[in-house]
Design a binder for this molecule. Sequence first.
Ligand code: ATP
Ligand code: SF4
Ligand code: MG
Length: 416
Amino acid sequence: MRNNDGHEAHELLLEVKDLKKYFVVGRDFFGRPEKFLKAVDGVSFKIAKGKTLGIVGESGCGKSTMGRSLLRLYDGVQGEMWFKGQDINKLSNREFDKIRPSLQMIFQDPYASLSPRLTVGEIIGESARQHGLVDKAHFHEYVLHIMDMCGLQPHYFERYPHEFSGGQRQRICIARALALKPELVVCDEPVSALDVSIQAQVINMLIDLRQSLGLTYVFISHDLSVVKHISDDVGVMYLGNLVEYGSKEDIFRETLHPYTKALFSAVPVPNPHVKMNRIMLKGDIPSPVNPPKGCKFHTRCDHCMDICREIAPEYREVKPGHFCACHLYNSEEDTKRLIAKDEEEKRLAEEKRLADAQKPLNKFKATVVDKPVGKVKEVVGDTYNKIKEKVKSVVDKKSKDEHKTEPEQKDNGGQE
Ligand SMILES: Nc1ncnc2c1ncn2[C@@H]1O[C@H](COP(=O)(O)OP(=O)(O)OP(=O)(O)O)[C@@H](O)[C@H]1O
Ligand code: SF4
Ligand SMILES: [Mg+2]
């Protein structure tokens, strides 16, 4: 995606800016959303055409939600998704349907995503026919060609999914996606349900197809060796955020983020003479409903500092093309600026809180005290003014009493 000097070298296919997907997990008495699970909480990245972005992270960190959001499989996804120059998150459903074939997904469980009542040929070709990519006359020939690319025998055409192994089923899923002539394919743990020997076959097939068809992949996996094998760029997710992103070489050789370091330290080294320095992560991943304040990783980080508990680190380009969200890489100026920004935000929040608390009082004053309107004013105007004067004199007297100093009071008391 980048030259050595950090400049863009390939045509950009997808740019995601501040992507968010919050699930509603609690509602108030009136049924209004009240509590949210922030599965994806502001993710930004770019993918060049023909490249593979690997996404890694612990279970529950939001990888699948992010992948599905890219294909608009959820409502209420916020952020921008620029695909070939247009923000597909802003398109109406009807407009998005036209480009839907260009964005396809391969799921983890191949069996669950295949209809048991359709033959392999129908499964692979049906959507392509519906989208007008192939007519009835050429359907058979078209599907056989795709099956051939995916290593499926022609006589499988009339057979049903239950007659196949896990690896063959995943090939059927891949063929179904490819029949739509996609440009971007989101592969969500495509091999994790397969036997290790079959995993390698399917991965190598995906790599060949990417080459021959010019495909671009978002490849989601918790298997770091698979990600290392297939990816050009790698993004590391933690509790809904990207904490590190860069080229595969940068991420694996010059790992920056303490979380990425801990993840990588758990990968077994195939050399008995190399001692593993495993970094044990403390505790479980916190709940995305109530994530920790400041850096979301601070509850498990060995390098945690005071600032980490209070202020979320910025996700920024620490080295050309290498992004990281960690206070360890702040300059002194960065830290000062973040602290000042945090104080300003707190001040504004306090101001808003006070203004909100004043709102009902101001409303009462505006409607009852300042504007007794129309007839009400005519009828009660005099009485109202008398009451106001009375109240004013009582308040003034009280305030005078309060301002009397103690010695004066004592003196007065002595005279009496
Ligand atoms: N439909 C949903 N409603 C509410 N919460 C959801 C929904 N789908 C996912 N989540 C929550 O969002 C968070 C992220 O889930 P997601 O499936 O994206 O994680 P993941 O990184 O893909 O995990 P895994 O590696 O186990 O597949 C989890 O806390 C999950 O419980
Ligand atoms: S910001 Fe602080 S707590 Fe978070 S990863 Fe960096 S050092 Fe650890
Ligand atoms: Mg998942």
